[in-house]
Design a protein around this ligand. Structure first.
Ligand code: ZN
Ligand code: ZN
Length: 587
Protein backbone atom coordinates (compact mmCIF):
# COMPACT_ATOMS: atom_id res chain seq x y z
CA UNK A 1 0.00 0.00 0.00
CA UNK A 2 2.81 2.37 0.79
CA UNK A 3 3.98 2.81 -2.75
CA UNK A 4 0.48 3.67 -3.90
CA UNK A 5 0.29 6.45 -1.34
CA UNK A 6 3.68 7.68 -2.46
CA UNK A 7 2.49 7.77 -6.06
CA UNK A 8 -0.60 9.71 -5.22
CA UNK A 9 1.43 12.16 -3.19
CA UNK A 10 3.81 12.86 -6.06
CA UNK A 11 0.97 13.10 -8.52
CA UNK A 12 -0.81 15.61 -6.33
CA UNK A 13 2.31 17.73 -6.09
CA UNK A 14 2.06 18.29 -9.80
CA UNK A 15 -1.53 19.40 -9.65
CA UNK A 16 -1.41 21.52 -6.49
CA UNK A 17 0.06 24.95 -6.11
CA UNK A 18 -0.40 28.05 -8.14
CA UNK A 19 -2.22 26.73 -11.16
CA UNK A 20 -1.38 27.83 -14.68
CA UNK A 21 1.46 30.07 -13.58
CA UNK A 22 3.63 27.32 -12.36
CA UNK A 23 3.65 24.09 -14.32
CA UNK A 24 6.64 22.45 -12.70
CA UNK A 25 7.49 20.21 -15.62
CA UNK A 26 7.71 20.32 -19.35
CA UNK A 27 5.46 17.79 -21.00
CA UNK A 28 8.25 15.40 -21.92
CA UNK A 29 9.47 15.08 -18.32
CA UNK A 30 5.90 14.73 -17.17
CA UNK A 31 5.39 11.81 -19.56
CA UNK A 32 8.59 10.05 -18.47
CA UNK A 33 7.56 10.31 -14.86
CA UNK A 34 4.00 9.24 -15.56
CA UNK A 35 5.14 6.13 -17.40
CA UNK A 36 7.48 5.04 -14.61
CA UNK A 37 4.71 5.38 -12.07
CA UNK A 38 2.26 3.70 -14.39
CA UNK A 39 4.58 0.67 -14.54
CA UNK A 40 4.70 0.44 -10.78
CA UNK A 41 0.92 0.26 -10.87
CA UNK A 42 0.94 -2.33 -13.65
CA UNK A 43 4.03 -4.51 -13.18
CA UNK A 44 2.67 -7.38 -15.33
CA UNK A 45 2.07 -5.07 -18.27
CA UNK A 46 5.54 -3.58 -17.72
CA UNK A 47 7.27 -6.97 -18.01
CA UNK A 48 5.23 -7.65 -21.12
CA UNK A 49 6.55 -4.57 -22.95
CA UNK A 50 10.10 -5.25 -21.80
CA UNK A 51 10.40 -2.98 -18.76
CA UNK A 52 11.70 -5.31 -16.06
CA UNK A 53 12.37 -3.10 -13.06
CA UNK A 54 9.17 -4.18 -11.30
CA UNK A 55 9.19 -7.87 -12.23
CA UNK A 56 9.18 -8.93 -8.59
CA UNK A 57 5.98 -6.99 -7.87
CA UNK A 58 2.49 -8.40 -8.09
CA UNK A 59 -0.44 -6.21 -7.17
CA UNK A 60 -3.19 -8.06 -5.33
CA UNK A 61 -6.54 -7.14 -6.90
CA UNK A 62 -8.07 -5.98 -3.61
CA UNK A 63 -10.76 -3.36 -3.24
CA UNK A 64 -8.21 -1.17 -1.49
CA UNK A 65 -5.80 -1.38 -4.42
CA UNK A 66 -8.58 -0.69 -6.91
CA UNK A 67 -9.50 2.46 -5.04
CA UNK A 68 -5.85 3.47 -5.02
CA UNK A 69 -5.66 2.90 -8.77
CA UNK A 70 -8.70 5.08 -9.38
CA UNK A 71 -7.20 7.78 -7.16
CA UNK A 72 -3.95 7.54 -9.13
CA UNK A 73 -5.87 8.03 -12.38
CA UNK A 74 -7.87 10.96 -11.04
CA UNK A 75 -4.74 12.65 -9.77
CA UNK A 76 -3.09 12.35 -13.17
CA UNK A 77 -6.22 13.53 -14.95
CA UNK A 78 -5.97 16.66 -12.81
CA UNK A 79 -2.30 17.08 -13.68
CA UNK A 80 -3.05 16.90 -17.38
CA UNK A 81 -5.27 19.95 -17.05
CA UNK A 82 -2.22 22.02 -16.18
CA UNK A 83 -0.79 21.85 -19.66
CA UNK A 84 -1.69 24.48 -22.19
CA UNK A 85 -2.65 22.30 -25.14
CA UNK A 86 -2.10 25.08 -27.66
CA UNK A 87 1.60 25.11 -26.73
CA UNK A 88 2.18 21.40 -27.28
CA UNK A 89 3.57 19.86 -30.46
CA UNK A 90 1.29 17.52 -32.40
CA UNK A 91 3.08 14.49 -31.00
CA UNK A 92 2.77 15.79 -27.47
CA UNK A 93 -0.87 16.75 -27.91
CA UNK A 94 -1.84 13.30 -29.22
CA UNK A 95 0.18 11.75 -26.38
CA UNK A 96 -1.74 13.85 -23.89
CA UNK A 97 -5.07 12.79 -25.34
CA UNK A 98 -4.00 9.15 -25.27
CA UNK A 99 -2.87 9.33 -21.64
CA UNK A 100 -6.19 10.95 -20.75
CA UNK A 101 -8.08 8.19 -22.57
CA UNK A 102 -6.06 5.52 -20.83
CA UNK A 103 -6.74 6.99 -17.37
CA UNK A 104 -10.45 7.42 -18.05
CA UNK A 105 -10.77 3.92 -19.38
CA UNK A 106 -8.95 2.44 -16.36
CA UNK A 107 -11.48 4.16 -14.10
CA UNK A 108 -14.33 2.90 -16.27
CA UNK A 109 -13.10 -0.70 -16.16
CA UNK A 110 -12.79 -0.56 -12.37
CA UNK A 111 -16.07 1.21 -11.61
CA UNK A 112 -18.46 0.29 -14.41
CA UNK A 113 -17.32 -2.70 -16.46
CA UNK A 114 -16.17 -4.61 -13.37
CA UNK A 115 -14.60 -7.55 -15.19
CA UNK A 116 -12.85 -8.26 -11.90
CA UNK A 117 -16.19 -9.53 -10.59
CA UNK A 118 -17.51 -11.61 -13.46
CA UNK A 119 -14.44 -12.63 -15.48
CA UNK A 120 -12.38 -15.19 -13.48
CA UNK A 121 -9.92 -15.43 -16.38
CA UNK A 122 -8.71 -11.92 -15.62
CA UNK A 123 -6.66 -13.63 -12.86
CA UNK A 124 -3.77 -15.48 -14.42
CA UNK A 125 -0.06 -15.18 -13.74
CA UNK A 126 1.19 -17.66 -16.36
CA UNK A 127 2.13 -15.02 -18.91
CA UNK A 128 4.05 -12.83 -16.47
CA UNK A 129 6.14 -15.74 -15.17
CA UNK A 130 6.54 -17.13 -18.69
CA UNK A 131 8.23 -13.92 -19.83
CA UNK A 132 10.62 -14.06 -16.87
CA UNK A 133 11.53 -17.68 -17.53
CA UNK A 134 12.04 -17.39 -21.28
CA UNK A 135 13.44 -13.88 -21.46
CA UNK A 136 17.13 -13.26 -21.86
CA UNK A 137 16.97 -9.62 -20.77
CA UNK A 138 18.80 -10.38 -17.51
CA UNK A 139 21.03 -13.16 -16.12
CA UNK A 140 19.18 -16.28 -14.97
CA UNK A 141 20.05 -15.79 -11.29
CA UNK A 142 18.59 -12.32 -11.29
CA UNK A 143 15.41 -13.46 -13.01
CA UNK A 144 15.00 -16.36 -10.59
CA UNK A 145 15.32 -14.06 -7.58
CA UNK A 146 12.66 -11.73 -8.98
CA UNK A 147 10.41 -14.69 -9.73
CA UNK A 148 10.84 -16.09 -6.27
CA UNK A 149 9.85 -12.83 -4.71
CA UNK A 150 6.85 -12.54 -7.03
CA UNK A 151 5.76 -16.07 -6.11
CA UNK A 152 5.54 -15.05 -2.47
CA UNK A 153 2.76 -12.65 -3.43
CA UNK A 154 0.58 -15.24 -5.17
CA UNK A 155 -1.36 -16.22 -2.05
CA UNK A 156 -2.59 -12.69 -1.49
CA UNK A 157 -3.25 -12.29 -5.21
CA UNK A 158 -5.52 -15.31 -5.52
CA UNK A 159 -7.18 -14.67 -2.16
CA UNK A 160 -8.24 -11.26 -3.47
CA UNK A 161 -9.34 -12.81 -6.76
CA UNK A 162 -11.60 -15.28 -4.95
CA UNK A 163 -13.11 -12.51 -2.86
CA UNK A 164 -13.91 -10.47 -5.97
CA UNK A 165 -15.78 -13.09 -7.97
CA UNK A 166 -19.55 -12.62 -8.04
CA UNK A 167 -21.85 -14.37 -10.50
CA UNK A 168 -19.31 -14.90 -13.31
CA UNK A 169 -20.19 -16.14 -16.79
CA UNK A 170 -19.88 -19.85 -17.55
CA UNK A 171 -17.58 -19.12 -20.51
CA UNK A 172 -15.09 -17.00 -18.60
CA UNK A 173 -15.08 -19.45 -15.70
CA UNK A 174 -14.22 -22.33 -18.05
CA UNK A 175 -11.56 -20.20 -19.69
CA UNK A 176 -10.04 -19.37 -16.30
CA UNK A 177 -9.90 -23.04 -15.33
CA UNK A 178 -8.18 -23.90 -18.60
CA UNK A 179 -5.73 -21.01 -18.60
CA UNK A 180 -4.73 -21.38 -14.96
CA UNK A 181 -4.14 -25.05 -15.69
CA UNK A 182 -1.74 -23.81 -18.36
CA UNK A 183 -0.13 -21.47 -15.84
CA UNK A 184 0.66 -24.48 -13.62
CA UNK A 185 2.83 -25.87 -16.41
CA UNK A 186 5.02 -22.79 -16.23
CA UNK A 187 6.09 -24.00 -12.76
CA UNK A 188 6.98 -27.46 -14.04
CA UNK A 189 10.15 -29.48 -14.57
CA UNK A 190 11.97 -27.05 -16.83
CA UNK A 191 11.77 -24.29 -14.22
CA UNK A 192 13.09 -26.66 -11.56
CA UNK A 193 15.92 -27.65 -13.93
CA UNK A 194 16.90 -24.03 -14.42
CA UNK A 195 16.95 -23.48 -10.64
CA UNK A 196 19.36 -26.43 -10.40
CA UNK A 197 21.50 -25.05 -13.22
CA UNK A 198 21.63 -21.54 -11.77
CA UNK A 199 24.50 -20.00 -9.85
CA UNK A 200 22.41 -19.38 -6.73
CA UNK A 201 23.70 -20.73 -3.43
CA UNK A 202 22.17 -23.73 -1.74
CA UNK A 203 19.80 -21.92 0.58
CA UNK A 204 18.54 -19.59 -2.15
CA UNK A 205 17.80 -22.60 -4.33
CA UNK A 206 15.91 -24.30 -1.51
CA UNK A 207 13.94 -21.17 -0.92
CA UNK A 208 12.90 -20.90 -4.57
CA UNK A 209 11.92 -24.55 -4.72
CA UNK A 210 9.68 -24.03 -1.70
CA UNK A 211 8.17 -20.93 -3.30
CA UNK A 212 7.48 -22.88 -6.47
CA UNK A 213 5.51 -25.42 -4.45
CA UNK A 214 3.53 -22.68 -2.74
CA UNK A 215 2.88 -20.99 -6.08
CA UNK A 216 1.50 -24.20 -7.53
CA UNK A 217 -0.70 -24.66 -4.46
CA UNK A 218 -2.10 -21.14 -4.80
CA UNK A 219 -2.96 -21.66 -8.46
CA UNK A 220 -4.39 -25.12 -7.88
CA UNK A 221 -6.46 -23.75 -5.02
CA UNK A 222 -7.94 -21.14 -7.37
CA UNK A 223 -8.77 -23.79 -9.97
CA UNK A 224 -10.42 -25.94 -7.28
CA UNK A 225 -12.39 -22.96 -6.04
CA UNK A 226 -13.72 -22.30 -9.56
CA UNK A 227 -14.49 -25.96 -10.21
CA UNK A 228 -16.00 -26.90 -6.87
CA UNK A 229 -17.46 -23.72 -5.46
CA UNK A 230 -18.29 -21.56 -8.46
CA UNK A 231 -19.17 -23.92 -11.29
CA UNK A 232 -21.96 -25.75 -9.41
CA UNK A 233 -23.70 -22.42 -8.76
CA UNK A 234 -23.75 -21.47 -12.44
CA UNK A 235 -27.08 -22.44 -13.90
CA UNK A 236 -29.42 -20.89 -16.41
CA UNK A 237 -29.48 -17.75 -14.34
CA UNK A 238 -25.74 -17.26 -14.53
CA UNK A 239 -24.56 -14.01 -16.02
CA UNK A 240 -24.81 -13.86 -19.82
CA UNK A 241 -21.48 -13.50 -21.62
CA UNK A 242 -23.25 -10.94 -23.83
CA UNK A 243 -22.49 -7.56 -22.34
CA UNK A 244 -25.51 -5.74 -23.83
CA UNK A 245 -25.90 -2.45 -25.63
CA UNK A 246 -24.96 0.00 -22.92
CA UNK A 247 -21.68 -1.62 -21.89
CA UNK A 248 -20.81 -2.42 -25.49
CA UNK A 249 -21.19 1.21 -26.53
CA UNK A 250 -19.11 2.40 -23.61
CA UNK A 251 -16.39 -0.17 -24.13
CA UNK A 252 -16.31 0.72 -27.82
CA UNK A 253 -15.83 4.35 -26.89
CA UNK A 254 -12.91 3.58 -24.55
CA UNK A 255 -11.19 0.92 -26.62
CA UNK A 256 -11.71 2.04 -30.22
CA UNK A 257 -11.83 5.84 -29.74
CA UNK A 258 -13.86 6.46 -32.88
CA UNK A 259 -15.83 9.41 -34.22
CA UNK A 260 -18.77 7.01 -34.44
CA UNK A 261 -20.83 5.00 -31.99
CA UNK A 262 -20.74 1.20 -32.14
CA UNK A 263 -24.30 1.21 -33.46
CA UNK A 264 -23.33 3.54 -36.32
CA UNK A 265 -20.33 1.40 -37.25
CA UNK A 266 -22.52 -1.71 -37.13
CA UNK A 267 -24.92 -0.06 -39.60
CA UNK A 268 -22.03 0.81 -41.92
CA UNK A 269 -20.74 -2.77 -41.75
CA UNK A 270 -24.17 -4.16 -42.66
CA UNK A 271 -24.28 -1.83 -45.68
CA UNK A 272 -20.71 -2.77 -46.65
CA UNK A 273 -21.62 -6.44 -46.55
CA UNK A 274 -24.41 -6.12 -49.09
CA UNK A 275 -22.24 -3.89 -51.25
CA UNK A 276 -19.49 -6.54 -51.24
CA UNK A 277 -21.99 -9.28 -52.07
CA UNK A 278 -23.14 -7.26 -55.07
CA UNK A 279 -19.60 -6.76 -56.33
CA UNK A 280 -18.65 -10.39 -55.78
CA UNK A 281 -21.67 -11.62 -57.68
CA UNK A 282 -20.92 -9.23 -60.55
CA UNK A 283 -17.40 -10.63 -60.91
CA UNK A 284 -18.63 -14.21 -60.62
CA UNK A 285 -21.07 -13.64 -63.47
CA UNK A 286 -18.27 -12.23 -65.60
CA UNK A 287 -15.81 -15.02 -64.86
CA UNK A 288 -18.28 -17.88 -64.98
CA UNK A 289 -18.09 -18.74 -68.73
CA UNK A 290 -14.28 -18.86 -68.55
CA UNK A 291 -14.05 -21.18 -65.57
CA UNK A 292 -17.25 -23.21 -65.97
CA UNK A 293 -17.89 -23.22 -69.73
CA UNK A 294 -20.20 -26.25 -69.58
CA UNK A 295 -21.98 -25.65 -66.31
CA UNK A 296 -24.98 -23.45 -65.56
CA UNK A 297 -24.51 -20.95 -62.79
CA UNK A 298 -26.48 -21.80 -59.60
CA UNK A 299 -29.58 -19.66 -59.15
CA UNK A 300 -28.56 -18.95 -55.54
CA UNK A 301 -26.10 -16.07 -55.96
CA UNK A 302 -24.17 -16.85 -52.76
CA UNK A 303 -23.69 -20.44 -53.92
CA UNK A 304 -22.42 -19.25 -57.27
CA UNK A 305 -19.86 -16.97 -55.61
CA UNK A 306 -18.76 -19.77 -53.32
CA UNK A 307 -18.19 -22.10 -56.26
CA UNK A 308 -16.05 -19.54 -58.02
CA UNK A 309 -14.02 -18.87 -54.86
CA UNK A 310 -13.49 -22.58 -54.26
CA UNK A 311 -12.18 -23.05 -57.77
CA UNK A 312 -9.81 -20.09 -57.64
CA UNK A 313 -8.53 -21.29 -54.25
CA UNK A 314 -7.04 -24.35 -55.91
CA UNK A 315 -4.26 -22.12 -57.18
CA UNK A 316 -1.77 -22.21 -54.37
CA UNK A 317 1.89 -22.86 -53.70
CA UNK A 318 3.34 -26.17 -52.58
CA UNK A 319 3.61 -26.78 -48.85
CA UNK A 320 7.40 -26.87 -49.07
CA UNK A 321 7.63 -23.51 -50.80
CA UNK A 322 5.29 -21.55 -48.51
CA UNK A 323 8.06 -19.53 -46.91
CA UNK A 324 10.06 -18.98 -50.11
CA UNK A 325 6.91 -17.78 -51.89
CA UNK A 326 6.35 -15.17 -49.19
CA UNK A 327 10.04 -14.22 -49.24
CA UNK A 328 9.93 -13.67 -52.98
CA UNK A 329 6.90 -11.38 -52.70
CA UNK A 330 8.38 -8.84 -50.30
CA UNK A 331 10.76 -7.23 -52.85
CA UNK A 332 7.90 -7.18 -55.40
CA UNK A 333 5.66 -5.30 -52.99
CA UNK A 334 8.47 -2.90 -52.13
CA UNK A 335 9.11 -2.21 -55.82
CA UNK A 336 5.41 -1.62 -56.49
CA UNK A 337 5.10 0.89 -53.63
CA UNK A 338 8.19 2.68 -54.93
CA UNK A 339 7.24 2.75 -58.60
CA UNK A 340 3.74 3.99 -57.88
CA UNK A 341 5.08 6.54 -55.41
CA UNK A 342 2.73 5.46 -52.62
CA UNK A 343 4.93 5.80 -49.57
CA UNK A 344 8.60 6.32 -48.78
CA UNK A 345 10.12 3.07 -47.51
CA UNK A 346 13.39 3.36 -45.65
CA UNK A 347 15.92 1.16 -47.49
CA UNK A 348 17.98 1.01 -44.30
CA UNK A 349 15.28 -1.03 -42.62
CA UNK A 350 14.59 -4.05 -44.79
CA UNK A 351 12.18 -6.64 -43.47
CA UNK A 352 13.66 -10.01 -42.54
CA UNK A 353 11.50 -13.02 -43.32
CA UNK A 354 12.20 -15.94 -41.02
CA UNK A 355 10.78 -19.27 -40.03
CA UNK A 356 8.62 -18.88 -36.97
CA UNK A 357 10.74 -19.40 -33.83
CA UNK A 358 9.98 -22.52 -31.79
CA UNK A 359 8.29 -20.71 -28.88
CA UNK A 360 5.66 -19.33 -31.27
CA UNK A 361 5.16 -22.57 -33.12
CA UNK A 362 1.89 -24.39 -33.25
CA UNK A 363 -0.12 -22.07 -35.40
CA UNK A 364 0.78 -21.72 -39.03
CA UNK A 365 0.33 -18.27 -40.42
CA UNK A 366 2.29 -15.09 -40.56
CA UNK A 367 2.92 -12.32 -38.09
CA UNK A 368 5.20 -9.38 -37.49
CA UNK A 369 7.54 -9.44 -34.47
CA UNK A 370 8.60 -5.97 -33.58
CA UNK A 371 11.04 -5.06 -30.83
CA UNK A 372 9.29 -3.65 -27.76
CA UNK A 373 9.56 0.04 -26.88
CA UNK A 374 12.46 -0.70 -24.50
CA UNK A 375 14.46 -2.65 -27.07
CA UNK A 376 15.59 0.07 -29.47
CA UNK A 377 18.09 -2.00 -31.40
CA UNK A 378 16.05 -5.16 -31.85
CA UNK A 379 15.21 -6.38 -35.34
CA UNK A 380 11.79 -6.65 -36.88
CA UNK A 381 10.87 -10.03 -38.31
CA UNK A 382 8.18 -11.42 -40.52
CA UNK A 383 7.49 -14.80 -38.95
CA UNK A 384 6.19 -17.45 -41.27
CA UNK A 385 4.63 -20.49 -39.67
CA UNK A 386 5.79 -23.94 -40.67
CA UNK A 387 3.42 -26.42 -42.24
CA UNK A 388 5.72 -29.27 -41.20
CA UNK A 389 3.34 -30.71 -38.61
CA UNK A 390 0.32 -30.69 -40.91
CA UNK A 391 -1.06 -33.82 -42.49
CA UNK A 392 -1.52 -33.58 -46.25
CA UNK A 393 -5.25 -32.80 -46.03
CA UNK A 394 -4.61 -30.17 -43.34
CA UNK A 395 -1.88 -28.57 -45.42
CA UNK A 396 -4.09 -28.62 -48.50
CA UNK A 397 -6.95 -26.92 -46.67
CA UNK A 398 -4.60 -24.31 -45.26
CA UNK A 399 -2.96 -23.64 -48.62
CA UNK A 400 -6.36 -23.23 -50.28
CA UNK A 401 -7.25 -20.63 -47.67
CA UNK A 402 -3.91 -18.87 -48.25
CA UNK A 403 -4.05 -19.37 -52.00
CA UNK A 404 -2.09 -17.45 -54.62
CA UNK A 405 -4.34 -14.38 -54.28
CA UNK A 406 -4.96 -14.26 -50.54
CA UNK A 407 -1.28 -14.82 -49.78
CA UNK A 408 -0.44 -11.59 -51.60
CA UNK A 409 -3.11 -9.69 -49.68
CA UNK A 410 -1.81 -11.15 -46.44
CA UNK A 411 1.68 -9.90 -47.28
CA UNK A 412 0.32 -6.43 -48.01
CA UNK A 413 -1.50 -6.47 -44.65
CA UNK A 414 1.30 -7.83 -42.48
CA UNK A 415 4.31 -6.39 -44.23
CA UNK A 416 4.38 -3.86 -47.03
CA UNK A 417 2.87 -1.33 -46.91
CA UNK A 418 0.78 -2.63 -43.97
CA UNK A 419 1.87 -3.31 -40.37
CA UNK A 420 5.59 -3.33 -41.02
CA UNK A 421 5.69 -0.01 -42.87
CA UNK A 422 3.42 1.60 -40.25
CA UNK A 423 5.80 0.44 -37.56
CA UNK A 424 8.84 1.94 -39.24
CA UNK A 425 7.04 5.28 -39.38
CA UNK A 426 5.84 5.00 -35.79
CA UNK A 427 9.43 4.46 -34.68
CA UNK A 428 10.49 7.65 -36.44
CA UNK A 429 8.24 9.70 -34.19
CA UNK A 430 9.25 7.89 -31.05
CA UNK A 431 6.68 8.16 -28.34
CA UNK A 432 6.62 5.67 -25.53
CA UNK A 433 3.02 6.62 -24.86
CA UNK A 434 1.96 5.71 -28.38
CA UNK A 435 3.83 2.45 -28.49
CA UNK A 436 2.44 1.40 -25.12
CA UNK A 437 -1.12 2.68 -25.54
CA UNK A 438 -1.12 2.38 -29.37
CA UNK A 439 -4.64 2.42 -30.77
CA UNK A 440 -5.59 -1.01 -32.11
CA UNK A 441 -8.21 0.33 -34.51
CA UNK A 442 -5.66 2.66 -36.13
CA UNK A 443 -3.02 -0.08 -36.40
CA UNK A 444 -5.39 -2.69 -37.86
CA UNK A 445 -7.28 -0.08 -39.85
CA UNK A 446 -4.09 0.99 -41.61
CA UNK A 447 -3.20 -2.60 -42.57
CA UNK A 448 -6.73 -3.21 -43.88
CA UNK A 449 -6.70 0.12 -45.71
CA UNK A 450 -3.45 -0.71 -47.53
CA UNK A 451 -5.02 -3.89 -49.00
CA UNK A 452 -7.69 -1.80 -50.72
CA UNK A 453 -5.31 0.99 -51.68
CA UNK A 454 -2.79 -1.36 -53.33
CA UNK A 455 -5.48 -2.96 -55.47
CA UNK A 456 -6.90 0.42 -56.41
CA UNK A 457 -3.43 1.39 -57.59
CA UNK A 458 -3.34 -1.65 -59.83
CA UNK A 459 -1.57 -4.27 -57.77
CA UNK A 460 -2.46 -7.69 -59.22
CA UNK A 461 -2.96 -6.10 -62.67
CA UNK A 462 -6.54 -5.29 -61.82
CA UNK A 463 -7.50 -8.89 -62.49
CA UNK A 464 -11.07 -9.81 -61.62
CA UNK A 465 -9.86 -12.92 -59.82
CA UNK A 466 -7.68 -10.82 -57.53
CA UNK A 467 -10.54 -8.43 -56.79
CA UNK A 468 -12.95 -11.27 -56.04
CA UNK A 469 -10.54 -12.81 -53.54
CA UNK A 470 -9.83 -9.41 -52.03
CA UNK A 471 -13.56 -8.84 -51.53
CA UNK A 472 -13.82 -12.17 -49.78
CA UNK A 473 -10.95 -11.19 -47.49
CA UNK A 474 -12.50 -7.78 -46.83
CA UNK A 475 -15.86 -9.41 -46.12
CA UNK A 476 -14.27 -11.23 -43.20
CA UNK A 477 -13.27 -7.89 -41.67
CA UNK A 478 -16.77 -6.53 -42.21
CA UNK A 479 -18.39 -9.64 -40.73
CA UNK A 480 -16.16 -9.49 -37.64
CA UNK A 481 -17.89 -6.23 -36.76
CA UNK A 482 -21.37 -7.51 -37.59
CA UNK A 483 -20.72 -10.61 -35.51
CA UNK A 484 -19.34 -8.81 -32.48
CA UNK A 485 -22.18 -6.30 -32.30
CA UNK A 486 -24.93 -8.78 -33.16
CA UNK A 487 -23.80 -11.28 -30.54
CA UNK A 488 -23.32 -8.85 -27.68
CA UNK A 489 -26.11 -6.40 -28.41
CA UNK A 490 -28.71 -8.21 -30.51
CA UNK A 491 -28.51 -11.67 -28.97
CA UNK A 492 -27.30 -13.50 -32.09
CA UNK A 493 -27.13 -17.27 -31.52
CA UNK A 494 -24.27 -19.61 -32.43
CA UNK A 495 -26.29 -21.05 -35.31
CA UNK A 496 -26.96 -17.60 -36.76
CA UNK A 497 -23.31 -16.66 -36.33
CA UNK A 498 -22.12 -19.77 -38.18
CA UNK A 499 -24.61 -19.08 -40.96
CA UNK A 500 -23.27 -15.55 -41.31
CA UNK A 501 -19.64 -16.69 -41.49
CA UNK A 502 -19.97 -19.87 -43.53
CA UNK A 503 -22.85 -19.12 -45.90
CA UNK A 504 -22.62 -15.37 -46.23
CA UNK A 505 -18.87 -14.79 -45.84
CA UNK A 506 -17.56 -18.01 -47.44
CA UNK A 507 -15.46 -19.11 -44.46
CA UNK A 508 -14.51 -22.63 -43.43
CA UNK A 509 -16.55 -24.22 -40.65
CA UNK A 510 -13.52 -24.72 -38.37
CA UNK A 511 -12.47 -21.10 -38.70
CA UNK A 512 -16.04 -19.96 -38.03
CA UNK A 513 -16.33 -22.03 -34.85
CA UNK A 514 -13.08 -20.56 -33.55
CA UNK A 515 -14.36 -17.08 -34.27
CA UNK A 516 -17.62 -17.75 -32.42
CA UNK A 517 -15.66 -18.78 -29.34
CA UNK A 518 -13.45 -15.71 -29.59
CA UNK A 519 -16.52 -13.48 -29.87
CA UNK A 520 -18.05 -14.97 -26.72
CA UNK A 521 -14.89 -14.32 -24.70
CA UNK A 522 -14.01 -10.87 -26.00
CA UNK A 523 -16.01 -7.76 -26.76
CA UNK A 524 -15.40 -4.85 -29.14
CA UNK A 525 -11.90 -5.91 -30.30
CA UNK A 526 -13.35 -7.61 -33.39
CA UNK A 527 -14.78 -4.23 -34.42
CA UNK A 528 -11.35 -2.58 -34.56
CA UNK A 529 -10.36 -3.71 -38.09
CA UNK A 530 -13.41 -2.40 -39.90
CA UNK A 531 -13.79 0.75 -37.82
CA UNK A 532 -10.19 1.85 -38.45
CA UNK A 533 -10.46 0.98 -42.13
CA UNK A 534 -13.72 2.86 -42.54
CA UNK A 535 -12.43 5.97 -40.81
CA UNK A 536 -9.20 6.07 -42.84
CA UNK A 537 -11.11 5.70 -46.12
CA UNK A 538 -13.41 8.48 -45.01
CA UNK A 539 -10.59 10.77 -43.96
CA UNK A 540 -8.98 10.28 -47.36
CA UNK A 541 -12.24 11.24 -49.07
CA UNK A 542 -12.56 14.33 -46.90
CA UNK A 543 -9.02 15.45 -47.72
CA UNK A 544 -9.53 14.76 -51.42
CA UNK A 545 -12.62 16.96 -51.35
CA UNK A 546 -10.81 19.66 -49.40
CA UNK A 547 -7.63 19.73 -51.50
CA UNK A 548 -9.01 18.88 -54.93
CA UNK A 549 -6.19 18.83 -57.48
CA UNK A 550 -3.69 19.40 -54.71
CA UNK A 551 -4.37 16.03 -53.09
CA UNK A 552 -1.38 13.72 -53.20
CA UNK A 553 -1.70 10.10 -52.10
CA UNK A 554 1.91 9.71 -50.96
CA UNK A 555 1.77 12.91 -48.93
CA UNK A 556 -1.50 11.74 -47.36
CA UNK A 557 0.02 8.40 -46.32
CA UNK A 558 3.16 9.94 -44.92
CA UNK A 559 1.36 12.61 -42.95
CA UNK A 560 -1.16 10.10 -41.65
CA UNK A 561 1.61 7.79 -40.40
CA UNK A 562 3.65 10.61 -38.91
CA UNK A 563 1.43 10.78 -35.81
CA UNK A 564 2.38 7.31 -34.62
CA UNK A 565 -0.30 4.83 -33.54
CA UNK A 566 -2.81 7.47 -32.44
CA UNK A 567 -6.57 6.99 -32.90
CA UNK A 568 -7.74 7.91 -36.44
CA UNK A 569 -10.17 10.36 -34.85
CA UNK A 570 -7.29 12.44 -33.43
CA UNK A 571 -5.17 12.19 -36.56
CA UNK A 572 -8.19 13.38 -38.52
CA UNK A 573 -8.65 16.43 -36.32
CA UNK A 574 -4.99 17.35 -36.72
CA UNK A 575 -4.87 16.74 -40.46
CA UNK A 576 -8.05 18.63 -41.26
CA UNK A 577 -7.30 21.71 -39.22
CA UNK A 578 -5.64 24.60 -40.95
CA UNK A 579 -1.93 24.77 -40.32
CA UNK A 580 -1.96 27.64 -37.84
CA UNK A 581 -5.00 26.62 -35.86
CA UNK A 582 -4.98 23.82 -33.41
CA UNK A 583 -7.89 21.96 -31.91
CA UNK A 584 -8.24 22.61 -28.26
CA UNK A 585 -10.20 19.64 -27.06
CA UNK A 586 -10.58 16.06 -28.05
CA UNK A 587 -14.34 15.96 -27.70
ZN1 ZN B 1 -4.19 -28.10 -53.85
ZN1 ZN C 1 -3.36 -7.00 -38.69
Amino acid sequence: MRYFLFLIATALLISCGDKKQQVPLDFKSFEDRFILEFWKQNPGWASYVGFHEYDSLLTAPTEENRLAEVAFCNAYLDSLKLFDESKLSKTELTDLMMIRDQLQSTIWYAEVFKGHEWDPSSYNVGGAFGIMINGNYAPLDERLRAMSSKMEKLDAYYAAAKANIKNPTVQHTDLAIMQNGGALEVFGASLIDSVDASGLDHSEKENILINIEFAKMAIQDYIDFLEKEIKPTLDKNARDFRIGKELFEQKFKHEIVSSYSAEEIFGKAVAAKSELHGKMFGITQELWPTYFPKERMPADTLKAVRKMIDLLSLQHCHRDSFQSTIEAQIPELTAFVKNKDLLYLDPEKPLVVRKEPAYMAGVAGASISAPGPYDKYGDTYYNVGSLANYTDPEAESYLREYNKYILQILNIHEAIPGHYAQLVYANQAPSLVKSIFGNGAMIEGWAVYTERMMLEEGYGNNSQEMWLMYFKWNLRTVCNTILDYSIHVNGMTEQQALDLMVNQAFQQEAEAKGKWRRATLSQVQLCSYFTGFYEIMQLRDELKAQKGEGFNLKAFHEEFLSFGSAPVKYVRELMLESSDQRIAKSE
